[in-house]
Design a protein. Structure first.
Length: 151
């Protein structure tokens, strides 16, 4: 049965969050992320000079979810864009609006920092993500292509 949290504290990732973050990160990646990738992701999330950032959502002392995002320059705008890379809510906290709250917290930060746009990708078969994102953003009719360059 899902935990019933009425409020969540949303804040940036902190170095001391690692032990709570790791199991959620592994679930987000279905256990497929290599240790070296995990270590580098964590390092980037905690490096103030990095373009990789994260917000965490807490229910008292339990990490309930996170959003990771990347800022980068774009053509057509002076300000950088913000790409939402990962949005993950722990199973016990799903269906409580936490995913939406994390996206809205990121949107508020993006507005404050005057980013050109906030954007993301979602698997077309992920019905929960599609429903959430349809309620938040404008769906663009593009196809996504990738040429893998490394493993």
């Amino acid at each position: 049965m899902p935990a019933k949290a009425t409020s969540f504290a949303i804040r940036p990732v902190r170095p001391e969050d690692y032990e709570a973050w790791l199991p959620l990160w592994q679930s987000n990646n279905l256990g497929q992320s290599r240790d070296t990738v995990t270590a580098e992701t964590w390092r980037r999330l905690n490096d103030p000079a990095s373009h990789v950032h994260g917000l965490t959502a807490w229910d008292d002392d339990r990490l309930a979810g996170f959003v990771h995002y990347i800022t980068h320059p774009v053509t057509g705008h002076i300000q950088p864009a913000c790409y939402m890379q990962d949005l993950f809510v722990a199973p016990d906290f799903r269906r409580q609006g936490l995913g939406k709250r994390l996206v809205m917290a990121l949107a508020a930060e993006a507005r404050e920092r005057q980013y050109a746009r906030l954007y993301w990708l979602a698997e077309s078969r992920n019905e929960a993500a599609q429903a959430l994102y349809a309620s938040l953003g404008v769906r663009l009719d593009f196809s996504f292509h990738m040429l893998p360059l490394s493993l």
